[in-house]
Design a protein around this ligand. Sequence first.
Ligand code: SF4
Ligand code: SF4
Length: 165
Amino acid sequence: MSVVNFEFRNEVLKHNASLSYCYQCSTCSGGCPVALLTDGKYNPRKIIEEAILGFQEKLVDEQDPNVWLCSTCQTCVELCPQNVELTEIFSLIKNRCFENGNYPEGFFSQGQAIIENGVAIPYSNAILNRRKKLGLPDVKTASVDEIRKLLKLTQFENNIKKRGG
Ligand code: SF4
Ligand code: SF4
């Protein structure tokens, strides 16, 4: 049985008050490409409903529905008649999942790549050579040290390590 967690509910509301305007019309789910591809197993309306009800366990521990499936295409945000900022709300839920080490494998490797190289998908020599052949400008690189400092401040690195063991 799902347990109402008022603290979690208030945290989501504080993060984005538009949550309280949802009247569960399902327009978001009707327009969501991921809902279409998963035959409705992924359902943004349900995520919002569970957030309104404060079902932290469902959203963060069980990931039912799995918020990580959202591609952040913003279609639901554009369609919502109540201007609910769904993807902003999903960001908070994703952050809580991340803090629990509960996130997809692909994000783990991308997180590690950011810590090591300052970018999620490092450029290979093949890509750089192809860019040269196409006459594209050199890729500007960011300071990895500065990026690491920022990641330390946000606890990003610790959370990635927690998952990595
Ligand atoms: S479209 Fe907006 S109001 Fe309708 S269910 Fe989705 S979030 Fe709620
Ligand atoms: S932003 Fe996410 S939930 Fe909204 S329509 Fe796109 S994939 Fe679906």
